[in-house]
Design a protein around this ligand. Structure first.
Ligand code: NAG
Ligand code: NAG
Ligand code: NAG
Ligand code: NAG
Ligand code: NAG
Length: 451
């Protein structure tokens, strides 16, 4: 794969939150009951104001939270915020302050900003991890801390819906946890299994249907967790199935009967090798920030070409690409087309041939040209089968490159792993699913470890 040329989209005039809120109304979703618009984690900053007040990130929210609340109320919607019962919130580091020890003060601020709901999480509260600090009685159980915020909200003149959240990473885990609680669901209390990952391209359409169905059956609040006004629509019409799918970024999955035909009509496609800037980045005003972009090639240099949607040159500048060689990091005046050299991240590739297999797991050797880069892969990772190797590390914060579910990390960045230690680390690729899932795990060609 190669680095993708990017085209910069026109600057957005109103914020993402505002345009999605407007879309809730325009699409008729608000009248169906989708009324709360919540800024989830990522809106606050590391420090509080001198008087201890919580404050929003003014780059992301230049108009501030009271103005945002009033905008939402003007559309007939309700304003939700996220905070955390620990001393930091989700997304840290870089640090973002949590509400611990400031519960009452934060509840007062929420009320003053005309907030209507609070999603309250449980990050950075574990004594074993050095939190909370000495100012507060350590409690691994969130109960006291959640009750504290509940009391603080109840003291406000405003009615604020309280949504308790305690990490929600996996559908299987949530269904297992929420299943036994369903008998407690009733007016005013629900097993809240967090927002839907429907429409984000994370799951296939059948998986999204399963996910949505389970949330509905569990009586969880149905919270849209996807962009309603997706700028990147490559629309696909599946003619014979009479299905139209919007917002397809990389793949579309369908079934073809024997002797059958899959006829697709593609609209608004992007030329191969090019992606709109918002696939890899986010735009705030005129500033577009890109995620780390990697390519796989034998060359020591990647070429990143940036094309601008507008062909009119301006005096605006392109600054600080993360992997530009230092000599090229200076500010450059952009012309309609601009080419920069991007150095690959340094790392060591461990090919499948350096792994030892157990169970039915096998090495498959095909020769050069197949299963790059070494012409071999590991397959048939059945239940109980593994492939393992030992990797020495001296660097904390090392990341694995793992293309999950066939998605290349070019799009989603390398996957971090926890528990990476100095010295020898045994890396085991296994198949926990076994019967009931797919019999065999994904084949793999190797593992890259970034220093
Ligand atoms: C505000 O958000 C921007 C964009 O995510 C980030 O670069 C910046 O560091 C944040 N500011 C603070 C003070 O956290
Ligand atoms: C982040 O917050 C933790 C907990 O308060 C603190 O120990 C750490 O020093 C902070 N890091 C930075 C970079 O401020
Ligand atoms: C609740 O939080 C306040 C700070 O907002 C703190 O002073 C108080 O000790 C906490 N109460 C309990 C029971 O933890
Ligand atoms: C195809 O789907 C559209 C939209 O759901 C529907 O209006 C139309 O009747 C369908 N056509 C056929 C042939 O089923
Ligand atoms: C990589 O890019 C740098 C900066 O333009 C250049 O000096 C160097 O010769 C290039 N190396 C290769 C192998 O192309």
């Amino acid at each position: 794969m190669f680095l993708k040329p990017l085209s910069i989209v026109a600057a957005v005039v109103i914020s993402i939150v505002q345009s999605n809120a407007q879309a809730l109304v325009n699409l008729g979703l608000a009248s169906l009951g989708y009324r709360y618009v919540t800024t989830d984690c990522g809106w606050t900053v590391a420090d509080r104001l001198p008087d201890g007040s919580l404050i929003w990130n003014s780059t992301l929210f230049p108009q501030g939270f009271l103005a945002l609340g009033q905008f939402l109320h003007g559309l007939g919607l309700l304003f939700g915020v996220y905070q955390d019962a620990g001393i930091l919130s989700c997304g840290s580091p870089p640090n973002q302050t949590g509400s611990q020890c400031h519960e009452l003060q934060d509840a007062e601020n929420f009320a003053a900003w005309e907030v209507d709901s609070l999603k309250y999480d449980n990050w950075y509260s574990d004594a074993a991890a050095g939190f909370p600090n000495v100012e507060y009685t350590s409690s691994v159980s969130p109960e006291l801390r959640y009750a504290n915020m509940s009391d603080a909200l109840a003291q406000q003149k405003r009615t604020i819906l309280y949504q308790i959240c305690e990490w929600a990473p996996s559908i299987f885990r949530l269904v297992n946890q929420a299943g036994p609680q369903t008998s407690f669901a009733g007016p005013g209390q629900w097993a809240d299994t967090d927002m839907l990952e429907v429409g984000n391209g994370v799951y296939t359409i059948p998986e999204e249907q399963t996910h949505f169905s389970l949330w509905a059956i569990l009586k969880s609040p149905l919270i849209i967790g996807a962009a309603l006004k997706d700028e990147i629509t490559a629309i696909i019409k599946d003619i014979w199935s009479n299905i139209t799918v919007k917002g397809v970024k990389t793949s579309y999955i369908s079934q073809v009967q024997g002797h059958g035909t899959l006829l697709l009509e593609l609209q608004d496609t992007t030329p191969s090798g090019q992606d709109s800037a918002n696939v890899f980045g986010t735009s705030t005003g005129k500033v577009t920030s890109f995620e780390d972009i990697y390519g796989l090639t034998d060359s020591s240099n990647y070429t990143l070409s940036i094309a601008f949607a507008s062909t009119t040159p301006t005096s605006e500048a392109i600054q600080s690409f993360p992997y530009l060689s230092p000599s090229r990091q200076a500010t450059q005046t952009h012309s309609p087309s601009n080419t920069n050299y991007v150095l690959p991240p340094s790392g060591t590739f461990y090919p499948s041939t350096s792994f030892t297999t157990t169970g039915y797991t096998t090495h498959n050797t095909y020769g050069s040209g197949f299963w790059v880069p070494v012409g071999a892969k590991i397959g048939y990772i059945g239940p109980g089968g593994t492939a393992f190797t030992s990797i020495a590390s001296t660097t904390a914060g090392t990341k694995f490159e793992v293309p999950l579910s066939g998605r290349h990390s070019e799009l989603f960045g390398p996957v971090s792993t926890e528990g990476w230690m100095d010295g020898d680390n045994e890396v085991v690729i296994g198949n926990d699913g076994g019967a009931g899932y797919s019999v065999y795990g994904a084949d793999f060609v190797g593992l890259k470890v970034y220093a």
